[in-house]
Every structure is written in structure tokens, then in C-alpha cells.
Ligand binder design. Structure first.
Ligand code: PLP
Length: 423
């Protein structure tokens, strides 16, 4: 199905760029997008992020700016922060971080000194770069010590985490990650942080929408600081927030501005406010639970087809497949699935014998397909496409990939994507 042309001003000024945007809209319409950190934002979120709010400089915070003319911007930022506080049940919310990585860097600035020990989950185990991994500034400027998951279960071993924390006495402990298919036990992390005298940071970037919708336990009241992006399951614009109890509010605000950033991106703040409003509606609870139900159904259907899943399944929106038994490297499978109209990312699995640029796994998730209205009843078909795609990747069968691509586009045409142009 060909989408209508949109963005008339852009097309008139810069047809070359407009054509690329149009092609991306078509791609997002036609494909089955399974990258677990991606989503489709609503038309309302898109509109808010494309407003003249972007013309303003607003260094400082509402009521305490270094620029005049903030009559409306102050209200926008207060609205976003108040909505975050109400939705997540926190005392304080800073909605200015440009994205998840700078938000996390601000946490280091607020609570640690260069050279201090910090603790997080190792990247190849499912953690994030910014949790003290070596190639990141957080691993270069701080001394990162890293925990993982157990080889036999794929689950976090809290005895290991406790032993490491008591031995290393980190200033910060990060929990949360990018490839964790299971529920995060915030209370267990909080107990360890208390015992070891660390500040506990719950980085819920991936699962913020599930938490808001009641489909994953909340880090409140366990975590000292909550860091999240706004563009993953929360279904807002690309941005981030830092939340905390009142006692840490000043330190966090000072770290974000003037510690790390200049002016906030007001158009993004506005779009965050819209996304938080949407996430407070009953329909968003349904969405969050449907994301999890779809992931469970997809995991079951993949297991029935002989796929090996890290930790044996999923509790959330995400599934990590180890393709070793299928005899296809993750990257080969991911590239073949892309040709079949199924967008995934290759990913390391815990204890991966292969290299990070050519790992054993593929990471998938259900936030985007759920935003389009696919249900658990569709998941056996999705699993079948993945199975056929992975087999075609192994045998080099391009015709099979093309056939899947047509079937995918056919189904997706019946489920219009939020935010994309329609007639
Ligand atoms: C996505 C993510 C981030 C970083 O967000 P960016 O916006 O890409 O900088 C940080 N932490 C976790 C756990 C994430 O999943």
C-alpha cells in the first residue's frame, strides 16, 4: 500500500530530503518492526515535537531562567514534570536530559567523582554502555565493575551482585539494561545498595512504558534515582527524564544544568508532556499489558519451533534468541530478516563465544507491533516468518525472503501505523 505524500513545505523546499522522509514512512508502514527499543509515536506527539517551541532558548528551570520570554515554556516544562511525577509516583522529575546516555552521565556528575568505583551490568550480559562499560566515558572516567547473569539460568545472581558490591563498595549501582527479558527485582537491588552504601539507579529506559501501564513492577520506592528514556515503551519523543525523591532533586537538577547541558529542547519537552498524558490514560494500561502478552505469545511460538531463548522466555516486551542451535550467526539472520521485511537487531547473548560485531543472538520485542494493534493471535504467524527467515538465511534462499516480505507487507497494510500519513 503506497502512502500519500505528506509534508508539503518540506517537499517544496527540499525535495531530496522530503523523498527520504517519505521513503522512511513507507518502510515503517510496510515492515514488521521488532526492535524492542523502538516504537511508533502518536500523531499528537509528532506534532508537539515539530512546533515553534524549538525556536526558544530556556537555560535554567521553570521560574528560574536565564532568558526572558519564558511565559509559555515554563508552563510546558512544569506540565511535563508534573505529569511525570503523577504517573510514576515520584517527588521530583527533571525532563531536560537530551537522551538516555546524557541523563545517565548527569547521574554520575551528581553522585560520584572521576575515578570512583561504579557498578552496573556488563554490556554483553544485557547492560548498557553507560553503566560503566569500558569503551564508554562512564567506564573511562570511572572505575566500572560489572555483574552479569548466571550461565545456566540467564538470570541475575543476587549473591554475586551482593559479594561484588560489598567487596568493591561502588558509589553507584545501576540496575536495568537493554537485553533483559525478565522482571527486574528492584527491592533486591535496593537491599544490596543499602548494605554497600551505594546510590541505586534504576535505568528503566526499556520498560518505562510497562511500568507506567502497570505491566512491570515500579522501582518506586526502591531506587534512589530513576533514569529513563522517553522514546521506547513509553512511546514519546527521543528524550529522557531523571526522577527521584525530594532529597536528590537539587543534585540532579544541578548536574543536568549547568553541569552537563545548556538549553533544554523545548519542543521535545512538549512532546514528552503529550506522551505522559497519553500514558496516563486507561488505554495505555491496555497497551502495556498487550505488549507483554504479545511477547509471551511470541516466545511460546518460537519455543514451539525449537528456538533457544535466553532465560527460557520473557516477562516483558523483549526476547533474546540464541541462534547457535539454528546454525546461523545473529548478524546473518538479522540481515536476512531485514530483507524479509522483519526488522530486528543482532545482539550478543550472555557468555557469547562470538564477537560483539558478529554475535550469536538476535534481539526482538513487541512494542511497535502492539502499537499497530497486532494481538497474541498474530504471534504464531510472526514466529513462522522468523523461522522461515532464519532457515532462508542459512540456505541463502532469497526467493523465500521475498515471499515473506510480501506476506508481511500484506498483514501490516491492515494495521495502519500511528503517526504515518493516511488518505
Ligand atoms: C536506550 C538506553 C539508554 C540510552 O538511551 P539513548 O537515548 O540511546 O542515549 C540508556 N540506558 C538503557 C538501559 C537503555 O536501554
Amino acid at each position: 500500500m503506497t502512502l500519500p505524500l505528506s509534508h508539503p513545505a518540506l517537499s517544496a523546499t527540499d525535495p531530496e530530503l522530503a523523498a527520504l522522509v517519505g521513503a522512511e514512512e513507507q518502510l515503517q508502514a510496510d515492515t514488521l518492526r521488532l526492535i524492542p527499543s523502538e516504537n511508533y509515536v502518536s500523531q499528537a506527539v509528532l506534532e508537539a515535537s515539530g512546533t515553534v517551541l524549538q525556536n526558544k532558548y530556556s537555560e535554567g528551570y521553570a521560574g528560574r531562567r536565564y532568558y526572558e520570554g519564558q511565559q509559555n515554556i515554563d508552563q510546558v516544562e512544569r506540565l511535563a514534570a508534573d505529569r511525570a511525577k503523577a504517573l510514576f509516583g515520584v517527588d521530583h522529575a527533571n525532563v531536560q536530559p537530551y537522551s538516555g546516555s546524557p541523563a545517565n552521565l548527569a547521574v554520575y556528575l551528581a553522585f560520584a567523582e572521576p575515578g570512583d568505583t561504579v557498578m552496573g551490568m556488563a554490556l554483553p550480559m544485557g547492560g548498557h554502555l553507560t553503566h560503566g562499560w569500558g569503551v564508554s566515558a562512564t567506564g573511562k572516567w570511572f572505575r566500572g565493575v560489572q555483574y552479569g547473569v548466571r550461565h545456566d539460568t540467564g538470570l541475575i545472581d543476587f549473591d554475586e551482585v551482593r559479594d561484588l558490591a560489598l567487596k568493591e563498595r561502588p558509589k553507584l549501582i545501576f540496575c536495568g539494561g537493554t537485553a533483559l527479558p525478565r522482571t527486574i527485582d528492584f527491592a533486591a537491588f535496593a537491599e544490596i545498595a543499602r548494605e554497600s552504601g551505594a546510590v541505586l539507579v534504576a535505568d528503566v529506559a526499556h520498560i518505562a512504558g510497562l511500568i507506567a501501564g502497570g505491566a512491570h513492577p515500579s522501582p518506586v520506592p526502591h531506587a534512589d534515582v530513576i533514569s529513563t528514556t522517553t522514546h521506547k515503551t513509553l512511546r514519546g519523543p527521543r528524550g529522557a527524564m531523571l526522577m527521584s525523591r525530594e532529597e536528590h532533586a537539587k543534585a540532579i537538577d544541578k548536574a543536568v544544568f549547568p553541569g552537563l547541558q545548556g538549553g533544554p529542547h523545548n519542543q521535545t519537552t512538549a512532546a514528552i508532556a503529550v506522551a505522559l498524558h497519553e500514558a496516563a490514560q486507561p488505554s495505555f494500561r491496555d497497551y502495556a499489558h498487550a505488549v507483554v502478552a504479545n511477547a509471551r505469545a511470541l516466545a511460546d511460538a518460537l519455543l514451539a519451533r525449537g528456538f533457544e531463548l535466553v532465560s527460557g522466555g520473557t516477562d516483558n516486551h523483549l526476547i533474546l534468541m540464541d541462534l547457535t542451535p539454528k546454525d546461523v550467526p545473529g548478524k546473518v539472520a538479522a540481515k536476512a530478516l531485514d530483507r524479509a521485511g522483519i526488522v530486528v537487531n543482532y545482539n550478543t547473548v550472555p557468555y557469547d563465544p562470538r564477537k560483539p560485531f558478529d554475535p550469536s543472538g538476535v534481539r526482538i520485542g513487541t512494542p511497535s507491533l502492539t502499537s499497530r494493534g497486532l494481538t497474541a493471535a498474530h504471534m504464531p504467524t510472526v514466529a513462522e516468518w522468523i523461522d522461515r527467515g532464519v532457515t532462508a538465511a542459512r540456505t541463502g534462499d532469497e526467493d523465500a525472503l521475498a515471499a515473506i516480505r510480501a506476506e508481511v507487507a500484506d498483514l501490516m497494510a491492515a494495521f495502519p501505523a500511528p503517526g504515518l500519513p493516511t488518505d
